[in-house]
Write a protein that binds this ligand. Structure first.
Ligand code: PGA
Length: 261
């Protein structure tokens, strides 16, 4: 695992956006796995600026979702489908058929989960998966004690995650769905390159457990230790509980060997 400590969220967004641009330059139809939440927004801003500047051609680029709420009405602005369209697909000018995600409104949710795993495989697999991390160590919506071998499936959100996400629902936890579809940890580990971005002190403990703790389902993000090409990009605040911060700074600062080239 490579741990890159950056000064702030903007620098993290820029670094990851450049890695994605480099991927699309060498593989124009690469499948980018996108995450929602506040953390990845600097990535999308930086990527949008690169596209607007003509620094990368996205005419064949493809994106896919990591997770989705179950039971929100189709088109609900806080559904992750609508969020990804608003934050990624439209700003980058991608076509509607360049984007795949699980169907959170399906009558048979389990069948929708299995269909999504098949869709990811038939799309050739995810080339680069962007990940955030929950304060409880989740990736996607794989909450603590998710099987490290799990596939895309329905999950019940913890109270902590519903509290964390209430800000997207008028600060009203009652509006936050209880159930979600998430790529499983086993599914996520099939992506060719995992890039986790964490910013802010609130993530420091989860980051330390992910990077320096044992691999354990109680910290789902620790599964990144099992992946042959995982990169963790953290700002100073999110790095503040890393015992090896000094070592990471010397090893990876200004040596972006991780960019997937
Ligand atoms: P956040 O969410 O970026 O909004 O903090 C991260 C996550 O829950 O994965």
């Amino acid at each position: 695992m490579e741990v890159v400590i950056v000064p702030d969220a903007k620098a993290g967004g820029e670094l990851i956006a450049e890695s994605i641009a480099a991927l699309w330059r060498r593989k124009p139809d690469a499948l980018l796995g996108v995450a929602t939440g506040s953390t990845p927004l600097p990535i999308y801003d930086a990527l949008t600026a690169k596209v607007a500047a003509g620094a990368v051609d996205v005419s064949r680029a493809r994106v896919c979702q990591l997770d989705e709420y179950v039971g929100l009405p189709v088109g609900h602005p806080e559904s992750y489908r609508a969020t990804v369209i608003r934050q990624v697909v439209e700003p980058l000018g991608l076509g509607a058929d360049s984007f795949i995600g699980p169907d959170g409104s399906a009558a048979d949710v389990q069948a929708a989960c299995e269909a999504y795993d098949r869709a990811l495989s038939s799309a050739g697999g995810v080339d680069l998966q962007i990940l955030g991390i929950g304060t409880d160590g989740h990736i996607g919506f794989n909450e603590p004690c998710s099987s490290l071998a799990s596939r895309t499936r329905i999950k019940t959100l913890t109270e902590q995650t519903r509290v964390d996400n209430a800000r997207f629902f008028d600060d009203d936890i009652e509006q936050v769905p209880h159930h979600v579809i998430t790529q499983g940890i086993g599914t996520i580990l099939e992506a060719r390159h995992l890039v986790l971005l964490a910013t802010g002190e609130g993530k420091a403990e989860a980051v330390a457990a992910t990077v320096e703790g044992p691999v354990a389902s109680v910290v789902p993000a620790s599964a990144l230790q099992l992946h042959p090409h995982a990169t963790v990009v953290v700002d100073e605040a999110a790095a503040s509980k890393l015992k090896l911060a000094h070592y990471f700074r010397h090893t990876y600062a200004n040596k972006p060997t991780w960019q997937g080239l």
